[in-house]
Design a protein around this ligand. Structure first.
Ligand SMILES: *[C@@H]1O[C@H](CO)[C@@H](O)[C@H](O)[C@H]1NC(C)=O
Ligand SMILES: *[C@@H]1O[C@H](CO)[C@@H](O)[C@H](O)[C@H]1NC(C)=O
Ligand SMILES: *[C@@H]1O[C@H](CO)[C@@H](O)[C@H](O)[C@H]1NC(C)=O
Ligand SMILES: *[C@@H]1O[C@H](CO)[C@@H](O)[C@H](O)[C@H]1NC(C)=O
Ligand SMILES: *[C@@H]1O[C@H](CO)[C@@H](O)[C@H](O)[C@H]1NC(C)=O
Ligand SMILES: *[C@@H]1O[C@H](CO)[C@@H](O)[C@H](O)[C@H]1NC(C)=O
Ligand SMILES: *[C@@H]1O[C@H](CO)[C@@H](O)[C@H](O)[C@H]1NC(C)=O
Ligand SMILES: *[C@@H]1O[C@H](CO)[C@@H](O)[C@H](O)[C@H]1NC(C)=O
Ligand SMILES: *[C@@H]1O[C@H](CO)[C@@H](O)[C@H](O)[C@H]1NC(C)=O
Ligand SMILES: *[C@@H]1O[C@H](CO)[C@@H](O)[C@H](O)[C@H]1NC(C)=O
Ligand SMILES: *[C@@H]1O[C@H](CO)[C@@H](O)[C@H](O)[C@H]1NC(C)=O
Ligand SMILES: *[C@@H]1O[C@H](CO)[C@@H](O)[C@H](O)[C@H]1NC(C)=O
Length: 402
């Protein structure tokens, strides 16, 4: 145990030398005493709009001459704030006295900076806010992570590596004890951390199958429903390489929507999630064409993602779409929906009841596959037999002419 600890300290010494050559090192002081120490490397990848509705991606590094004047320490919160050329990146930490964690990362970038964002259509300053993964770091330890950790936000990816941070320095001197991030720890060995190890190695408990909600929309109280939808819904939100999942609770959900000839909508609002389904009618079939999910996970991460170019839940107009199997769909990059026991009919609902159901192919592929394979094999045998018969005939004819 002791020698292993030494090895990690050595590694840190090496890392520090390496980092000094090209990362950024920050000493934040309060009353002339060190209160926050940070040494890290940071890359940005920002997608922004240029002419013709196109997006371009700018990739740049945090410049070494960024300033940390906006950083501050308090008893229970501290902030590392790095400003460069009118842009600013900050990480806020909180502590309960025993451990500390990174609470939020904020990145504000000014699209009028034509050096970083050439040909940007917008000249606004945009701000993204995300919750990073650093947590359960022992109070008198430095958080150390050499591995790359990408924090994904709307249109922005921030990659941190060679990170060494002590967000709450005690008595003005940086601790030599480390809390090593999981990505740096080999799977088979247990790192000698002084803080409790993050619990994320144990897989999140699997959620029960979500309750199937029965939603119907009627344009006014005296008419029958014009849109019917039954399904159980789970939402998964990716945070770095972790996935946070939650079941949508149908009880207490507010339902609104619209029924049109070419487009129908269903909007569900629960206490933590708002989801909007847009269905379209393309004369013969209907399909789920757009989805917009906005919400907050139990850990407080706000998310929103939309996609308006989908083709899910497709069935002939006048029928309903049904799928009992679990299905999943990733809306853009971070938010995935899982659906269970689906039956929907967004157009042509009669007497408030579902019409005949068109079953999803998922439900019967297990039967279809052997049938297809069998048919293919039968076809192959037939071809061989025919080829053989033709071959025989040809030879026979050949002999005759000789
Ligand atoms: C931060 O403080 C350490 C220890 O006092 C010192 O070696 C280092 O040069 C300082 N770094 C900066 C950027 O001021
Ligand atoms: C961020 O990373 C994800 C996953 O690697 C990628 O799909 C996305 O395009 C990236 N976004 C930007 C702005 O680089
Ligand atoms: C450009 O990015 C915006 C916002 O991220 C997105 O809504 C839009 O679909 C993107 N456009 C293209 C052409 O990728
Ligand atoms: C920081 O460095 C960049 C070049 O890397 C330079 O253009 C910029 O003026 C510098 N900013 C400050 C505040 O020194
Ligand atoms: C912070 O802690 C110091 C010493 O423990 C105490 O004197 C001070 O009142 C605290 N400040 C706040 C805002 O709690
Ligand atoms: C920013 O863009 C708006 C509209 O595109 C324009 O009216 C305004 O003058 C621009 N501001 C600057 C500082 O370029
Ligand atoms: C490291 O942690 C151990 C156990 O918590 C403690 O005894 C020791 O003083 C710490 N060392 C430093 C340099 O902070
Ligand atoms: C619904 O019907 C009731 C009784 O027939 C009537 O009083 C009410 O105005 C109707 N509401 C609407 C929105 O038509
Ligand atoms: C739905 O919520 C209400 C109050 O919020 C509660 O009384 C009721 O039992 C709940 N029903 C189910 C099926 O959970
Ligand atoms: C679907 O659209 C077609 C033409 O756009 C229209 O004739 C038809 O009535 C629509 N079907 C339903 C069920 O609204
Ligand atoms: C998605 O919904 C949110 C909240 O309802 C809204 O602010 C946002 O504009 C919607 N996005 C799209 C692409 O419809
Ligand atoms: C999503 O569904 C596909 C089959 O359509 C399945 O292979 C995959 O494992 C599912 N993904 C998740 C995360 O459940």
């Amino acid at each position: 145990m002791m020698s292993r600890h030494a090895a990690f300290v050595l590694l840190l010494a090496f890392g520090a030398v390496f980092q000094l050559s090209c990362g950024i090192e920050v000493n934040v002081t309060k009353e002339d005493k060190l209160c926050l120490y940070a040494n890290l490397m940071l890359n940005f990848s920002v997608s922004y709009e240029v002419a013709d509705n196109k997006n371009q991606t700018a990739v740049f590094e945090l410049p070494a001459n960024a300033t940390a004047d906006g950083s501050a320490c308090d008893n229970t919160t501290s902030m590392l704030k790095l400003d460069f050329e009118g842009h600013s990146w900050s990480m806020t930490f909180t502590t309960d006295g025993k451990n500390y964690q990174a609470a939020i990362v904020t990145f504000s970038y000014n699209l009028s900076d034509s050096k970083l964002f050439p040909n940007s259509v917008s000249n606004e300053t945009k701000t993204v806010i995300v919750k990073p993964q650093m947590k359960d770091v022992g109070i008198d330890t430095c958080y150390s992570c050499h591995s790359k950790d990408t924090i994904e936000a709307d249109s922005v990816n921030m990659t941190l590596w060679n990170v060494l941070i002590q967000a709450f320095v005690i008595n003005g001197s940086k601790s030599e004890n480390l809390t090593i991030c999981e990505a740096d720890t080999p799977m088979t060995t247990v790192a000698p951390t002084t803080a409790p190890r993050p619990t994320s190695t144990t897989p999140a408990p699997t959620l029960p199958t979500p309750t199937t909600g029965k939603y119907s929309y009627k344009p006014d109280e005296n008419s029958t429903a014009c849109l019917l939808a039954n399904f159980g819904l789970r939402i998964g939100v990716k945070q770095g390489d972790k996935l946070e999942e939650m079941n949508f609770e149908p009880n207490g959900t507010q339902i609104s929507g619209s029924c049109g000839l070419n487009s129908s909508e269903l909007k569900l609002v629960s206490s933590s999630i708002t989801i909007e389904f847009t269905f379209t009618n393309d004369t013969k079939k209907f399909r789920l064409h757009a989805l917009n999910v906005t919400g907050k996970t139990s850990s407080g991460l706000m998310f929103t993602e939309a996609n308006n170019n989908m083709s899910l839940w497709e069935a002939t107009l006048g029928s309903s779409y049904m799928c009992n199997k679990e299905q999943n769909f990733t809306i853009a990059s971070l938010v995935t929906i899982y659906t269970f026991n689906v039956q929907v009919q967004p157009f042509g609902v009669k007497k408030g009841l579902f019409s005949t159901a068109h079953e999803c192919s998922l439900d019967d592929t297990s039967i279809l596959i052997p049938i297809i394979v069998g048919a293919a094999l039968a076809g192959l045998i037939l071809i061989v037999v025919i080829a053989y018969v033709i071959g025989r005939r040809k030879t026979y004819v050949g002999y005759q002419t000789l």
